[in-house]
Design a protein. Structure first.
Length: 314
């Protein structure tokens, strides 16, 4: 009997140690694009919802098709959209916009409880960065002189070193609730106006729909038009900081706020990180509940070895 009890205790202890060590050693890998990977801290898991590699050789046939179709759609519509907004003729975009993306759910625990977050990463090709720089110069010049510019100025092509230098020249910015209040009033007015405009455009574009389908669309839009005036976005804190990291210079944009509807408030936090790389830039967006914001900012700070830069260097 004593021998049997000893074996059971030994087995129980071994099981506890195995489970305990498994929980402590839990760490996952996150794809940052362009061959860069980050590893979560022990005890933090990252569940991949959808990952499309920036390396075409690592993609499936369907994933390659998705990336190609996305780039073709941008090529078709980007210049027309710029013309519509700024009333300026610009050359069509002929490069690539996106090279890959990933979407993860993060999960971890602290003394305050269980925390979850959504982490989305997309990698923007330098073709798009160069085009944006050329077009922005053309738009600004056109607006200033109030005439059409025939040729796009030759701006300096994108490079990782130049992008990092640009980030280090930007001074940290922090806006509190009081500073943001008048800004958010204007933002919400424009947001509601644009949402209504897009709904009206949906009806116009729905030309091939059957009478019954059009009726359903119009009824849905009428309901949404009643909801939109009561829907606003609140902001309590927005800050920007340049960082050094194990991957190089990064920019971080942190936003705290809420979605509000008719007295109901859903507080949350969005944190964006911009990482210049040789082939383009990686943009990461971390979305979480406001109560878990500090936990996840600490996790990413540790994962990336972030150190705040003073900024504003000349």
């Amino acid at each position: 009997m004593k021998l049997w009890r000893k074996k059971i205790m030994t087995l129980a202890c071994a099981t506890c140690l195995t489970v305990g060590m498994g929980a402590v050693a839990c760490a996952d890998t996150i794809d940052l694009g362009y061959g860069q990977y980050a590893t979560t801290n022990n005890g933090v898991s990252a569940t991949a919802i959808d990952v499309v590699s920036t390396n075409p050789n690592f993609r499936t046939k369907e994933q390659n098709k998705t990336i190609n179709e996305a780039n073709q759609e941008i090529q078709k519509k980007l210049s027309d959209r710029i013309k519509e907004v700024y009333q300026v003729e610009v050359p069509p975009f002929k490069g690539n916009f996106v090279d890959g993306y990933s979407f993860y759910q993060l999960s971890g625990d602290s003394t305050l409880g269980h925390h979850t977050a959504w982490l989305m990463t997309y990698s923007m090709n330098k073709d798009m960065i160069n085009y944006s720089g050329d077009v922005s110069t053309q738009v600004i010049s056109s607006v200033m002189v109030d005439k059409k510019i025939d040729a796009v100025p030759n701006n300096k092509p994108y490079s990782k070193s130049d992008a990092e230098e640009f980030i280090t020249q930007i001074s940290p910015v922090s806006l509190d609730r009081n500073a943001l209040a008048p800004i958010m009033v204007q933002y919400n007015a424009g947001l509601q106006r644009n949402m209504i405009k897009n709904l009206n455009q949906t009806v116009i574009d729905d030309v091939n729909a059957s009478p019954k389908e059009r009726q359903v669309t119009e009824e849905t839009i009428e309901v949404l038009k009643k909801i939109i005036p009561n829907l606003t976005v609140g902001a309590t804190d927005i800050s920007f900081k340049p960082y050094s990291s194990k991957f190089g210079t990064m920019a971080g944009l942190n936003m705290r706020g809420s979605l509000n509807y008719d007295g109901f408030m859903l507080p949350g936090s969005l944190n964006a990180y911009i990482l210049p790389q040789n082939e383009g830039i990686t943009v990461q967006v971390l979305a979480t509940e406001d109560t878990s914001r500090d936990y996840w900012l600490g996790q990413l700070e540790s994962m990336y070895s972030l150190k705040t830069l003073k900024g504003g260097h000349k």
